[in-house]
Design a binder for this molecule. Structure first.
Ligand code: NAP
Length: 310
């Protein structure tokens, strides 16, 4: 029986682990895959307050993770498939074991949204990618397309311009959603161009991505983007938003569009269950707000444990 189990090892979970570890509680961090979450895919973070350089997500996670570990937080890699969180003792069932705790912090984050068009699944890893930091180097000197108009799409397009010959951002509206300062950098990058008012209808290729069918949402006109004959392929990086990983708690925790609702102490509608980071309904999803959520959740979970110990 742990005092606190933290589900998810991104910035929110690691920050919660650090604070709970410092409170000398017994803490288990459960993660289904690689520690770090979404930010591991960011090649450069320029807006984490106090950072001296544009550190990569992987580097920041490395430091966060070592810091949490230094306070005695236990870690297990397991995929949790069921949660019983209504009672005083919370029980999480994974594929490798079952784990109990007094308080649970849900920091499961959010996963990339897929385009959902024909060919996307078949060509993932064969030209279609959701991670510039992971795959940019494969497109050195080639052409690359990026879909999306938010912070992720435009920032990652700028990063991809360091590798690719040409980067084209495809966005479904005539105005970008990304922060103005990111847009300014994008408009100043000579390798970057934009196709606006357009959505991707289909992806095709024989083994590797070779063609993108676009539809102009205003005129209905279809265009085919074909890979340069000499290249034979190009890249398509998809950054069209996030989907909250809250399915395990469907019908148990109050949510809005899948995002878990909490009070300012990160408490959910279930006593002893807290949520932190991107899985929570909030106005700003950044590392700085995720780590803040994690800290608040751990401190409030500690308070809950003290009040209910008996
Ligand atoms: P986002 O802000 O939700 O933007 C998603 C973009 O994809 C929007 O431009 C949206 O178009 C477009 N889109 C959505 N569904 C689409 C579809 N089916 N087909 C085509 N386009 C589609 O997502 P994000 O950029 O991944 O960012 C997620 C969160 O992380 C945001 O809160 C963001 O601020 C934050 N973030 C911050 C930074 C930073 O501060 N440096 C970096 C990365 C991410 P519309 O504009 O038409 O809706």
């Amino acid at each position: 029986m742990y005092d606190i189990i933290i589900l998810g090892g991104g910035p929110a979970g690691l920050s919660a682990a650090l604070y709970a570890g410092r409170a000398r509680l017994s803490v288990l961090l459960l993660e289904k895959g690689v520690i770090g979450g979404q930010i591991m895919q960011s090649a450069e973070i320029e807006n984490y307050p106090g950072s001296l350089s544009r550190e990569s997500g992987e580097s920041l996670i490395g430091r966060l993770s070592a810091q949490a570990e230094s306070f005695g937080v236990e870690r297990i890699i397991d995929t949790v498939t069921a949660v019983s969180a209504e009672g005083k003792t919370k029980v999480l069932t994974g594929t490798r074991g079952s784990y109990s705790c007094r308080a649970l912090i849900v920091a499961t984050g959010a996963a990339p949204v897929r385009i959902g068009c024909p060919g996307e699944r078949e060509l993932t890893g064969k030209g279609v990618s959701y991670c510039a930091a992971c795959d940019a180097a494969f497109f050195e000197g080639l052409e690359v397309y990026v879909v999306g108009g938010g912070d992720s799409a435009v920032e990652e397009a700028l990063y991809l311009a360091k590798f690719a010959r040409k980067v084209t951002v495809i966005h479904r509206r005539d105005a970008l959603r990304a922060a103005k300062c990111i847009q300014e950098r994008a408009f100043a990058e000579p390798k970057l161009s934009f196709i606006l008012d357009s959505v991707i209808e289909a992806l095709q290729g024989d083994g590797l991505l070779e063609r993108i069918t676009l539809r102009n949402v205003k005129t209905g006109a279809r265009t085919i983007l074909a890979a340069d004959e000499a290249d034979g392929t190009f890249g398509l990086f998809v950054f069209i938003g996030l989907h909250p990983a809250s399915e395990l708690f469907a019908g148990k925790l109050d949510t809005e569009n899948g995002y878990i609702l909490t009070d300012e102490g990160m408490a959910t509608n279930l006593p002893g269950v807290f949520a932190a980071g991107d899985v929570r309904k909030k106005p700003l999803r950044q590392v700085v707000t995720a780590v803040a959520d994690g800290a608040v959740a751990a401190v409030c979970a500690e308070k809950y444990i003290e009040e209910t110990r008996g």
